[in-house]
Design a protein around this ligand. Structure first.
Ligand SMILES: O=P(O)(O)O[C@@H]1[C@@H](OP(=O)(O)O)[C@H](OP(=O)(O)O)[C@H](O)[C@H](OP(=O)(O)O)[C@H]1OP(=O)(O)O
Ligand SMILES: Nc1ncnc2c1ncn2[C@@H]1O[C@H](COP(=O)(O)OP(=O)(O)OP(=O)(O)O)[C@@H](O)[C@H]1O
Length: 484
């Protein structure tokens, strides 16, 4: 990219989260990702550069080991003319959702990350002129804690997502979808997700958002409208009648391709045999999920077959998530041990690699899965760093890019998914793999207590019919709920 010739008119607002803001190039398949910070809390250019370097290193040296070379795009740091950044910031400001404007895009350092635009990522050499469909899913935590450190029984029964929704009810609507351990659950979860996208599902057509939430108010979630967009992808010869039947058929096809892509084998990775997923302790389903209740009602619960294919991206995500082996309740005392050590020996912070560098050495130290606490700082630190990885994996997003192809264009090098009337090549990638900060651990500990306490109170309050209709349980809750 020729940075001297940057023109803000060639870029447009693409999206943002809590930590970063993304703009996409109007023609080329690239995005720029800028860090955000609260007003008047700007970091120095050196601090921004250091932060971005850590993000790139972490993707390159750590997360690629968990997800494989091709599924993680670590990007590169780019230094941009300050004038361009300022103009760009002014240009995109009106596009930004109000609820995200509590933080400002960094316009002072000139540094940003340059990444491939995953909503337009091509699986084809000639794909530039082909339509492309992209589904972004934030799967959240896919297992129920199995740690013996958990003090409240409810945490062994109901997943964190479900409980957290109740605490968030004031801000967001109380039902999210997900929950999968087999294909049947996944279909159910994806359907629920399509009904209540929140910020956990977005669909892009040719790089433009066509379904999902830009912000809390601006949510495009009309199935008929979605079906209109998708029809040329799934029924290219237009043979299907219109109306509700057509919409349902198209949504079914969509769920089918998402499921196939999520369950397909992706890149091999070094951490593939890490065995964080322990055998058959704990519970593989969330009691609050309606899917689960349905199975219990029909006496089918015991018949469920379990297990995600080992090579698929969901399995890898789950493996990384399950580095949280002790639960925050078991982890917090270990964090306190590290803190105490750092109070005594603050100069050791860099040797312990708490703020990076996130290199090969850092990765190697994560491989010790032993749970035998020998009372050392080294043990405590390993568990703390593993927990941070797990939290990162619990908050990442998965992008599935699909491009229609003809039979003679498909080769064994490209994965293909078939639907009743069309075929697609596809790619899957993971994004938002920024390591969660060490400093967030006390917050996680406090939040965990708040979530559980609120839920416990609320469960009692559920006897109240008003409350009970508020928390209608019509969805399954997590995409990868897995037997542990
Ligand atoms: O705590 P959670 O589970 O609500 O996750 C937060 C996300 O909320 P979600 O439930 O996905 O809407 C939250 O997402 P939103 O801002 O709600 O889009 C952030 O991703 C947050 O991460 P960070 O603290 O900014 O690094 C996430 O925080 P942590 O991953 O640090 O907990
Ligand atoms: N490489 C990319 N290609 C296409 N779209 C992207 C890319 N990176 C990010 N996005 C879009 O921008 C949005 C915000 O990016 P991202 O999730 O990295 O922000 P964040 O602030 O780190 O999120 P969070 O709130 O979860 O911490 C994503 O949800 C996605 O839609």
């Amino acid at each position: 990219m020729e940075v001297e010739k940057m023109d803000e008119n060639e870029w447009k607002y693409h999206g943002e989260g809590n930590q970063s803001l993304v703009v996409s190039h109007c023609q080329r398949c690239v995005v720029l990702r800028f860090l955000k910070s609260p007003p008047n809390q700007n970091k120095t250019p050196e601090e921004i550069l250091h932060h971005l370097q850590n993000i790139v290193d972490f993707g390159k040296h750590v997360m690629k080991q968990f997800f494989g070379e091709n599924d993680v795009h670590h990007g590169e740091i780019i230094q941009l003319p300050l004038d361009f950044v300022r103009q760009l910031c002014l240009k995109i400001q009106p596009e930004r959702p109000e609820c995200r404007c509590d933080k400002d895009m960094d316009t002072l350092s000139g540094y940003a990350m340059c990444l491939p635009n995953l909503t337009r990522l091509q699986t084809f050499r000639f794909a530039e002129h082909r339509p492309i469909l992209c589904i972004e899913i934030k799967p959240k935590c896919g297992f129920i804690p199995f740690s013996s450190h958990v003090s409240q029984e409810i945490k062994h029964k109901v997943c964190r997502y479900c409980m957290h929704q109740h605490l968030k009810v004031i801000i967001k609507s109380p039902c999210f979808p997900l929950a999968v351990l087999n294909k049947q659950r996944m279909h159910f979860a994806l359907k629920s997700l399509l009904q209540e996208a929140q910020n956990n599902l977005k669909i892009f057509k040719n790089g433009e958002l066509i379904y999902g939430c830009k912000d809390d108010q601006d949510c495009v979630s009309d199935w008929n409208e979605l079906a209109r967009h998708l029809k040329p992808f799934f029924f290219p010869s237009n043979g299907l009648v219109s109306g509700p039947h057509c919409t349902r058929t198209i949504v079914k096809e969509l769920i089918h391709v998402i499921t196939m892509a999520l369950l397909s084998s992706t890149d091999t990775c070094r951490a593939g045999d890490m065995k964080t997923v322990p055998i058959s302790q704990g519970r593989s389903y969330c009691e609050a999920s309606a899917f689960n209740k349905e199975l219990v009602r029909n006496g089918k619960h015991k018949l469920e077959s379990s297990g995600l294919p080992r090579g698929c991206l969901l399995y890898k995500t789950l493996q990384a998530q399950m580095l949280d082996m002790l639960d925050i309740e078991g982890l917090y005392p270990l964090y306190s041990r590290v803190e105490q050590y750092l109070e005594e020996f603050p100069e050791e912070r860099s040797t312990l690699q708490i703020d990076g560098p996130y290199n090969e050495v850092f990765y190697e130290k994560l491989l010790d899965l032993s749970l035998e606490d020998d009372g050392t700082v080294a043990f405590a630190l390993t568990k703390v760093q593993q927990y941070r990885i797990a939290m990162t994996a619990k908050d990442c997003s998965i992008m599935i890019a699909l491009s229609p192809c003809l039979q003679d264009e498909c080769s064994e090098h490209r994965p293909v998914v078939l639907t009743s009337k069309s075929r697609f090549t596809f790619s899957v990638s993971v994004l938002d793999l920024d390591l969660k900060p060490y400093e967030s651990i006390p917050h996680q500990y406090k939040l965990d207590g708040e979530i559980v306490n609120y839920y416990l109170k609320n469960v009692q309050a559920k006897e109240d019919p008003v409350m009970s209709s508020l928390f209608k349980e019509n969805e399954d809750c997590t995409l990868v709920l897995h037997k542990v």
